[in-house]
Design a protein around this ligand. Structure first.
Ligand code: NAP
Length: 301
């Protein structure tokens, strides 16, 4: 049997990833802030820890899949944290989408405890995670990445390496999400144009869906107005575009398109759509084109 791993963060992504690790034969010690989310794994031989620190064993591996920079810093930097418990020879493999600067800070912090930090943000929505179809971008110390490789094999379809800089993989992840969201936003505009031209969103989705799996997935969500349950909600999208803009500002890189995308997501939040899928920006684009009230069915309040 493979070694026992610690796993922190059983949200939409973490739940699916932890299940695949279990299926691959790993032992698991899991922690989630909201204890009820551990229920699907409890009873399958998984140890449910009462604290984040409790998932770690000296020299072992802990994976985290928490929401954002703040959450990750909270679980890593607390006194007596899992990082301290991992100690010499330990590895923290961080799957969240966070700022490159945070990854570098955490890597320095971990080094004080002789723990290696491996940045491993993932591409793919919860359905892809469940199907072991994630793509993983990774950066950090070579030996730690090598030791993490069988774990990556158990949760994804492939890994692309970006060297030793712990922030590099997160830069890549942010670039990827900028590209994906730009595609969604353009798709939403095209769908609205099709609707106003009498072609209809579903007809356009049929041909646009042939372009790529990304187009197929989002064209269908927009055409069907299936923004719930959200695979990737507006709030997480806004978090990521904020990270993109913050990272760009650090190197004086103007990104006018990212600023526009940011405002589309912010507008969705202002309209109480923060928990809808991030492709719900299409609702705002439709409203701007005077498409009411049929496309307003998802407007809260
Ligand atoms: P999610 O369903 O909202 O889950 C977030 C997880 O973080 C939950 O386990 C939550 O615990 C935990 N958490 C939040 N704040 C915390 C804190 N202060 N202390 C401890 N735990 C905390 O989000 P997700 O969709 O799984 O996404 C997780 C990460 O993956 C994010 O960085 C996201 O950007 C990235 N990602 C998501 C997707 C996607 O399509 N969803 C794809 C690729 C990457 P509770 O249960 O207690 O709230």
């Amino acid at each position: 049997m493979a070694e026992t791993l610690g796993f922190i963060g059983l949200g939409n992504m973490g739940q699916a990833i932890a299940s695949n690790l279990l299926a691959a034969g790993y032992g698991l010690r899991v922690y989630n802030r909201t204890a009820s989310k551990t229920a699907p794994l409890a009873g399958k031989g998984v140890y449910v820890a009462k604290s984040a620190a409790e998932v770690a064993s000296p020299g072992g591996i802990v994976l985290t899949m928490v929401a954002d920079d703040h959450a990750l810093e909270q679980v890593c930097l607390a006194h007596g944290s899992f990082v301290e418990k991992l100690g010499p020879g330990g590895i923290h493999t961080s799957l969240s989408t966070i700022a490159p600067a945070t990854a570098r800070r955490l890597s320095e912090h971990h080094a004080k405890h002789n723990v290696q930090y491996v940045a491993s943000p993932v591409f793919g929505r919860p359905e892809a995670a469940a199907a072991k179809k994630l793509w993983i971008a990774t950066s950090g110390p070579a030996a730690a990445k090598k030791r993490s490789q069988p774990i990556f094999d158990a949760i994804g379809q492939g890994v692309v390496e970006f060297g030793e800089d712990p922030g590099a993989a997160n830069v890549v992840k942010l670039c990827g999400n900028l590209l994906i969201f730009a595609t969604i936003d353009a798709l939403a505009e095209a769908m609205v144009l099709a609707e106003k031209s009498g072609i209809g969103m579903k007809s356009l989705a049929e041909i646009v869906g042939k372009f790529s799996p990304l187009h197929a997935s989002y064209a269908n969500i927009i055409a069907e107005q299936k923004f719930e349950p959200a695979g990737f909600p507006v709030l997480l999208g806004l978090k990521d575009i904020n990270l993109v803009l913050r990272t760009a500002a650090e190197s004086a890189t103007p990104l006018p398109l990212a600023s526009l995308l940011h405002d589309h997501l912010l507008s969705a939040v202002a309209k109480k759509r923060e928990n809808l899928d991030w492709s719900a920006v299409a609702l705002g684009i439709a409203e701007d084109a005077g498409l009411k009230p049929s496309l307003q069915s998802k407007v809260a309040g």
